[in-house]
Each structure stands twice: as C-alpha cells, then as structure tokens.
Write a protein that binds this ligand. Structure first.
Ligand code: C2E
Ligand code: MN
Ligand code: MN
Length: 407
C-alpha cells in the first residue's frame, strides 16, 4: 500500500541554497533506495515535506526524521493512504518557497508538466502546500516561555479533610489547580468529585442511581464549596455540573448562591463548568438557568470543548466566560498539525468573543510551551499538579519564583 505523509519542521539556522542542495542530494539517494518520492519546500528556516511511498517505508522514514538533530519543531500535518503518487517523477526536489511569496508555486521552480498535472489541482495536498507558501505553518512563536524549573507552592493548608457524610452518599472532592504560568498565579481550583475512598468521578457517579444522580450532583456542590472554604481557597473555584442537574431543579441557582454565601465565597469566584455529556433536553430551560447564574455573578465555563459533546452549536447559542479545551485536543499538540490548527482557531474566536481559554490535561513541557506561544495563558494538568484528594496538592512551577503569591 502507498501512503502520503506531510510534515513541517524548522531548520536550526537559516540555510543557504548550497547547504540545502547538500541536504537534498543525500536524502534523494536515501529516498530512492526506499522507493520514496516527494517534494520539499523551504522558506525562512521552515521546511514542508511531502513524502510518498510504501506505507511501511514512510512510517520508518518519518520515525527517523523525527529524531534527526538537523531540524526541530517537527509537526505531522497529514498522513493517509493514496492510490497514486502526486510527485511521481521527483525523487525529492526542493523549492525555495520564500523566493516566491505569491499564491502559487513558482512556475520556474516546478517542471511544467507538474504544474499542469499536480500542483494546481484543488485538492488537500496542494492546498496545504499553498498554506505553507502563504506563511502558515512557518510563523515563529510570538513568545518564548521561560525555562522550566519545578517548584512547590507552599502557602496552602495541606491537611487532609477526609470524607464528608453527604446525602444520599458520602463524597470526597479532589482539588486541581488551574495556573497562569506567565505570572505564577493559581487562578482557580477545580473541585472534582470522588467516592468516599477516592473512586474516580465517572466510576463514582455511575454508582449513583439514575433518579438520584442529578439531585446528588447539585447537592454535592455544597461539600465542594465547604471544603474549598476550609482549605482557604481565595482564588476562583470551579465545579462541574451536568446540564440536567441545573434544569431538573428549579431552585438550583438559589441553592448554589446559598452555599457560597454560607461559606464565604463570592459569586465572582465561582465557575460552573458545563458539558453536553447528556443531550440538553430542554434548551430553553437550560438557557434560562445559565442566565440566572450569570445574573448572580457566577461565571460559566464550557468544559471539554472539542470532545464531541460541547461543540460549535453550543457555543453559537451562548458564549461562556471561559472555554476549556479538551485534553484529547491538547495532548501531543506540540507535534501535531491538525491539533495546532484547531487550537489556533479556538484561540482566535475566543479573543474576538472575549472568552478566556483554559487548556486542560497538560502532561508535558513541549505542549505547554507550544500552547503558551499560541496565546493560551491558563493551564490545568498533571504537569503542574495532580488532583489532591480532599486537599490542595503540591504544585510544580515552570518559573523560578522567589515570592509566591497568596492563593
Ligand atoms: P473534567 O471536568 O474535564 O475534569 C478533568 C479530568 O481530567 C479529571 O478527571 C482530572 O483528574 C483529569 N486530569 C487532569 N489533569 C490531567 C492530565 O494531565 N492528564 C490526564 N490524563 N487527566 C487529567 P476526573 O476527576 O476523573 O473527572 C472526570 C470527569 O468527571 C470530569 O472531567 C467531569 O466531567 C466529571 N466530574 C468530576 N466531578 C464532577 C461533579 O462534581 N459533577 C459532575 N457532573 N461531573 C463531574
Ligand atoms: Mn471540569
Ligand atoms: Mn474537562
């Protein structure tokens, strides 16, 4: 089977035509022996390469390319089976895209038959190449984050609060910080429900009977809020609710307001995170509840954006204060072209609409750095801290802070 793979990468320094020739002629020989053909574009330190050949050879070659020290920022943009080679006659040619900043590939640099037969086709391959020539995939990061240095975050009370007897089931909550790494601030803690002995949210919620789950979900927030107050959280507090936990209880909003008043949390501190995990059965009622939350000063977040539940239609209906990008989109973003394009688009429309973006599920430094250069400022994930059961976890910081801000 034949496959086509497209990636972009960045040279360590800007290369001269002579240096490029050298690189290309060695890889031409190698690719010929593997029966791999393709095209290489080069502009302003960035490469974009299309590789075509037997699937197994393409896979092996790309694995080697990823570990090649002569370039960095290797981002996979597209890979799929093909029935014909687009760049059949080319063992591996290169085109200096920077010299031709226009819309189309330069006629001089591409054999005439190729222009006619391939490059002006309106298909994905040529559209991706055109996007590269137009400057996409080769914008240098606008902001270079400081070097990573892990630090504990000391000033919280760290004693464990234990399980609370709640109705109808005892609960625990785990607290995970949301951090602004550029300033070293904890901007919020998310309260994640846990079973009495720490069972994960989904396993625990599955065990609650279907008639009870929405009432229980709402009522459990009293404990989340109480614990947050006992732990001395003075940043924002984010809690999760199923849409039905709001729409099934007419008094849901006043219940939440009563709880935060009791425990001394201001409405502006509270964030209600909503997903579309279950279909929103009554959209009008749902909107009404969201309006009530807003009217009382509580912030709304759309959770797991991009996971398949919380989608564009929800966002078209109402705009939250905060949008949390799902971890499935975030994880691996530093080396993944489709994820990068999606995140850039989300950041762009959130800027237009005044929505704060949170990236969740950050597990490694590369993804964090890429996201920070793409304009995301708030982060949540195991890289900084895993959720602390009934307590505030130790937080690792990327910055060498001497003075820690208070929570
Ligand atoms: P969520 O609201 O998206 O919460 C984030 C989940 O991602 C948490 O899982 C958290 O432990 C996990 N997580 C955080 N950082 C990382 C990371 O770096 N890598 C990975 N792989 N995972 C990370 P958890 O606690 O199991 O919760 C799962 C889901 O259960 C939550 O997803 C939320 O939708 C739901 N949930 C939690 N608490 C409640 C609640 O009180 N009510 C309702 N209705 N749902 C809740
Ligand atoms: Mn959440
Ligand atoms: Mn989430």
């Amino acid at each position: 089977m034949l496959s086509q793979l497209i990636y972009r990468s960045r040279a360590l320094t800007d290369l001269s035509d002579v240096e490029l020739e050298r690189i290309v002629s060695t890889s031409q020989l190698n690719n010929k022996s593997l029966n791999v053909t393709g095209i290489l574009l080069y502009a302003d330190e960035y490469f974009m390469q299309v590789l075509e050949g037997p699937t197994r050879e393409i896979e092996k070659l790309f694995a080697r390319i990823q570990t090649d020290h002569r370039h960095t920022e290797v981002v996979l943009i597209s890979v799929h089976p093909i029935h014909l080679r687009r760049f059949e006659q080319w063992s591996m040619q290169w085109v200096p895209a920077s010299k031709y900043p226009g819309n189309e590939l330069p006629k001089k640099a591409v054999p005439a038959d190729l222009i006619a037969t391939y490059l002006n086709f309106d298909d994905r391959t040529s559209r991706i190449l055109r996007a590269f020539i137009q400057g996409r995939w080769r914008s240098a990061p606008t902001h270079t984050p400081p070097p990573w240095r892990a630090h504990d975050f000391p000033p919280y009370i760290t004693h464990n609060l234990g399980t609370t007897a709640a109705t109808p089931v005892p609960t625990s909550f785990a607290f995970q910080p949301i951090v602004e790494t550029s300033t070293g601030k904890v901007v919020a803690f998310e309260a994640l429900i846990r079973g009495p002995t720490g069972e994960l949210a989904m396993d625990f919620l599955k065990g609650v009977s279907t008639e009870d789950v929405h009432r229980f979900d709402l009522e459990s927030k009293a404990h989340a809020i109480q614990r947050a107050s006992q732990l001395g959280i003075r940043s924002r507090l984010a809690v999760n609710l199923l849409p039905k936990s709001l729409t099934n209880a007419p008094e849901a909003v006043s219940f939440l307001i009563e709880q935060i008043r009791t425990y001394g949390i201001k409405p502006e501190q509270l964030i209600v995170e909503l997903t579309e995990e279950e279909a929103i059965a009554n959209p009008l009622l749902f909107q009404n509840m969201v309006r009530q939350l807003r009217a009382s000063g509580i912030q709304i977040a759309i959770d797991d954006f991009g996971a398949g539940y919380a989608g564009l239609s929800l966002l078209a209906e109402f705009q939250p204060d905060i949008l949390k990008i799902d971890k499935k989109i975030i994880q691996g973003v530093a080396a993944n072209g489709p994820r990068q394009a999606i995140v850039r688009a989300i950041v762009e429309f959130c800027i237009c609409l005044g929505i704060r973006v949170i990236a969740e599920g950050i597990e490694n430094q590369e993804d964090w750095q890429w996201l920070e250069s793409a304009g995301v400022h708030w982060f949540q994930g195991n890289l900084y801290a895993e959720p602390g059961l009934n307590q505030i976890p130790t937080i690792n910081w990327p910055l060498p802070y001497k003075e820690f801000p208070t929570p």
